[in-house]
Design a protein around this ligand. Sequence first.
Ligand SMILES: C[S@@+](CC[C@H](N)C(=O)[O-])C[C@H]1O[C@@H](n2cnc3c(N)ncnc32)[C@H](O)[C@@H]1O
Length: 400
Amino acid sequence: MEKSKQNAQYTFKYNKSLGRHGWLRLTPAYSVKIVQQIIENLDYKPQNVLEPFSGSGTTELVCANLGIPSVAYDINPFLAWFAETKTKQYVAEITQEFTDTTENIIENIGAFNPCEYPPIYRIERWWGAKQLDFLARLKSAILDIDNASVRDLHKIAFCRTLISLSNAAFNHVSTSFKDSTENSYFDDSIGIEMYDSVCHTIAETAKIQPIVEPIIINANSMNLDSCGACFDTVITSPPYPNRISYIRELRPYMYWLDYLSSSDAASALDWETIGGTWGSATSKLSSWKYKSGLLPEYLLDIADNISKADNKSAELMAQYVLKYFDDIAKHLRSVYECMCDGGTVHYIVGNSNFYGNTVPSEKIYSDLLVAAGFQNASYQIVRKRNCNKELFEFLITAKK
Ligand SMILES: C[S@@+](CC[C@H](N)C(=O)[O-])C[C@H]1O[C@@H](n2cnc3c(N)ncnc32)[C@H](O)[C@@H]1O
């Protein structure tokens, strides 16, 4: 898999046209192809895969389509719900009811009372008044559906629609907003056409059934010790040490679907998330102290160099790097406890750079895996992440 070009086939872009994998865009998602290749390159057929950082559920959907049982964890309740919905087997009655209820919503959207708007900060930047009113009526119509599986499929279509109707541009890590006047003409027929088309795509792909259903758990994968299972393979892509906040990126979905109701709740969840520093998580980070003794000396030196950079955030970034790897060290130790002897782990992760100081994630992960008890840790480049020659994605592997 040694690749040094910016291979889009190894990112979420490759997944958009691949059936259920394309249901909802999540930028840090990795590609179906990477998971398929890892599985193909194993010298055994996995019987029980662990995905500790499920995200949009890429690993478990690939496994489910191949008939491989898997268990996936994610700390984010919205993502755990999304991955479960995306990987479920749907009987014909459910997909038919989904199509019937889509027709009903489309015919009667005008008759539904709008639900309350979600408490998103400066919501008017995200949606024009007419789009907001349409989405609020659409949500009421969806919540009116009795069958939970049918309702969940509609919620996915709702997520797709609310993003298509928003002024947000997700072409950069920090969301930017179009001028709302650019998007000002709107009436129900536009929203209905969009919703109908999304529902059609979802209905078609929901009819293609995974061979097995994975188990998806909304929990912290730093504490897997008591999971009671014995996994033969870990395939995952954890957060990278690059300050991306999944909560921040996912907030429009999370607020609309009632997974978040305040910025305090968003910051609290981000603090629990490895690598999260959004909102008040930043001030918590500044008073956090490294105590575990789990990190290698050279990483402490790297953090020390980062802290001395000529930048007002230098000390905070040094703390960020230490906390990130301290969490990863704890996570890897807990993964070790629930692996079968001879089992293999496969982590896709990027390196990073703070003020000219490279943070060599590939080496640090390898060393932390060995410190946790794993053997034969090694890494290879999967792809170059951007034009900056120094940023790569790596595949790190080891064996118990
Ligand atoms: C890079 S994303 C995973 C992307 C995923 N492979 C996909 O294709 O969508 C990392 C995920 O780790 C989750 N996460 C971060 N900290 C966690 C923790 N302590 N326990 C469980 N999940 C966590 C985040 O919510 C995020 O969904």
